[in-house]
Ligand binder design. Structure first.
Ligand code: ATP
Ligand code: MG
Length: 561
């Protein structure tokens, strides 16, 4: 991966870490981790966290672990755990042999729970969920102690052992840390650290009937792995005192937690829970639907990992919530694709063009440049014959003055081919144009003439003898408003789904060589946009082209670039 580390600006996290290294904190070691919960597919927000954690480890000659935070078997699946690993690798990062699971530490966490009980710092509570909430108090009002708070150590040990062996029903008991029910920080009001869950776990099977809470597992997992800097999003700021409390009371290595603002993007939702609903209610074609902001969706849509990394870098780090514009993501995508995508010709709405003075039955091969941005990409052959197709958009019967595309009597360049002039328009009984009769200049082969006369317009075309007819899918934003959460009263983000986010075209024609590209490999249909072959459809031997992004670049325009 190409990155110029020295140019990376010193954001507040890097500054903090630089100081720690300079002060020989943790012997100058830097060790980070990316800790997703395997309860869904990774999204662009996760990409930001991945780039940050793995990026920092690399810049500071440190290490970054991948840890699956699998403390809640009711929401987690092996499918998700596998997809997470695939996506992190695809994005360009490697955890070497350091793949861990919070469940690797269940035994240790259980021992720590016992330690807290023995020290009078944890108790078994019989309050159910509602009762506990009622006792909890509010931001302005202290909570009330649980009536079970003063159980003896022996009773707590006995009950906790019975919880573990499955003697109690789910929801009937919890183990809680004994901290302070009047703390202004609600997380310190005797938080639940173990709950009963008679559920099989993908890693530990039916070994456990109790599972640690996220808060009891997360910080200690960091500690066990010797993490030096736990980078996490702002919503965990108020959990930090609790993680500190656990580390101090258990007397274990204390990682430094540093919070940063989540990545939010307009016109989409960035939460696994919300995306799961889109999938389950069939609003999209799975987690990897090309409209989803998941890494698998973006991969299927034709994003290269480099564009996502560059987006994350451009977005930078903030201490406050903000919303990034979708146009910036599209800009990064175009910038990357412009460099690496091969060019191909295609027309979305074909209009037949007959070249009257071209020899009947002749087919010739012309050279087309694969990528003007990359000489090494070379050229390819494209066929030309008496009948070609142009895009209906590129012809006007009554054109305005400055119209440089095809019109009666006007000469245009068919890219890589010839100069042609339209002489006649043929219409059907409904008055719709069905065919154009043109004349070509045999001297202009390849796009120039001996007299060097200027032709302003250049349009793309495909040859009738070789063109193929794939399905084309054009994507628009998944939501019709910038902030999908702002829904009408009584409705939610689902009501803001854009009903026109997918347009499927069945008439398009493209040059045959496209069939030889790999699914996921980007290419540009000249003047139309960037595309890739849909991987899912290819598995069932169907050729479907996903448009990754259109050519227009509104973001760059807005920034005055
Ligand atoms: P979601 O709300 O989508 O479920 P999460 O935060 O619960 O996200 P985790 O699997 O717990 O998802 O996240 C793994 C890591 O990715 C965490 O460190 C989390 O802070 C980070 N992360 C998640 N979403 C974002 C985001 N939008 N921007 C930056 N980092 C994120
Ligand atoms: Mg979550």
């Amino acid at each position: 991966m190409e990155e110029n580390d020295s140019e990376k600006s010193q954001d507040f996290i890097r500054t903090h870490i630089s100081e720690d290294v300079a002060n020989q904190k943790n012997d100058g070691r830097v060790h980070t981790r990316f800790p997703p919960e395997p309860n869904g597919y990774l999204h662009l927000g996760h990409a930001k966290s991945i780039c940050l954690n793995f990026g920092i480890a690399k810049e500071f000659n440190g290490l970054c672990n991948l840890r699956l935070d699998d403390t809640n078997p009711s929401a987690e699946k092996v499918e998700y755990a596998e997809a997470i690993q695939k996506d992190v690798k695809w994005l360009g990062f490697d955890w070497d042999e350091r793949l861990f699971h919070a469940s690797d530490y269940f035994d240790q966490l259980y021992q720590w729970a016992i330690q807290l009980i023995k020290e009078g710092k944890a108790f078994v509570c019989d309050l159910n969920f509602e009762e506990m909430r009622a006792h909890r108090g509010t931001l302005t009002e202290a909570g009330k102690n649980s009536p079970f708070r003063d159980r003896s150590v022996e009773e707590n040990l006995d009950l906790f052992a019975k919880m573990k062996s499955g003697e109690f029903d789910e929801g009937t008991k919890t183990l809680r840390a004994k901290i302070d029910m009047s703390s202004p920080n609600l997380n310190l009001r005797d938080p639940v650290i173990y709950r009963i869950l008679h559920q099989e776990h993908p890693e530990t099977g039916d070994q456990w009937k109790i599972y640690p809470s996220y808060d009891f597992a997360h910080g200690q997992s960091d500690s066990l792995e010797g993490i030096t800097h736990s980078l996490c999003t702002l919503e965990f700021e108020h959990h930090r005192p609790l993680y500190d409390w656990f580390c101090e009371n258990l007397k274990i290595h204390h990682p430094q937690q540093i919070e940063f603002a989540r990545l939010n993007l307009n016109y989409t939702v960035m939460s696994k829970r919300k995306m799961l609903r889109l999938v389950e209610e069939d609003h999209v074609d799975g987690w990897d639907d090309p409209r989803m902001p998941t890494l698998s969706g973006m991969r299927r849509r034709g994003f290269a990992p480099a564009s996502i990394r560059s987006f994350c870098e451009r977005v930078g780090l903030a201490k406050r919530e903000n919303i990034i514009e979708m146009e910036l993501l599209e800009f990064c995508l175009r910038e990357d694709l412009n460099k690496c995508a091969q060019r191909r010709l295609g027309v979305l709405d074909p209009l037949k063009v007959t070249i009257a003075n071209y020899p009947d039955g002749q087919v010739e091969e012309l050279d087309a440049v694969n990528n003007p941005e990359d000489q090494k990409a070379g050229t390819r052959k494209i066929s030309f014959s008496k009948t070609v197709f142009i895009d209906r958009n590129d012809f006007m019967e009554d054109p305005p003055k400055k119209y440089f595309r095809m019109a009666i009597g006007k000469e245009v360049r068919l890219k890589y081919a010839y100069y042609v002039t339209c002489r006649e328009v043929i219409k059907n009984e409904q008055g719709e144009i069905t065919e154009l009769i043109c004349e070509y200049d045999p001297e202009s082969r390849g796009g120039g003439t001996p007299d060097e006369r200027k032709v302003k317009g250049t349009i793309q075309w495909v040859d009738s003898t070789t063109a193929i007819n794939p399905e084309i899918r054009l994507y628009d934003r998944l939501f019709k408003v910038p902030n999908p959460e702002e829904a009408e009263e009584g409705k939610d983000y689902i009501s803001n789904i854009n009903p026109d986010s997918l347009t499927s075209l069945s008439n398009a024609l493209v040059e045959a060589s496209i069939e030889n590209l790999e699914a996921g490999e980007p290419f540009q249909l000249e003047r139309i946009g960037y595309f890739t072959i849909d991987s899912k459809a290819r598995e069932s031997c169907k050729l479907v082209l996903n448009r990754s992004v259109a050519m227009r670049d509104s973001w760059a325009k807005k920034q005055g670039k």
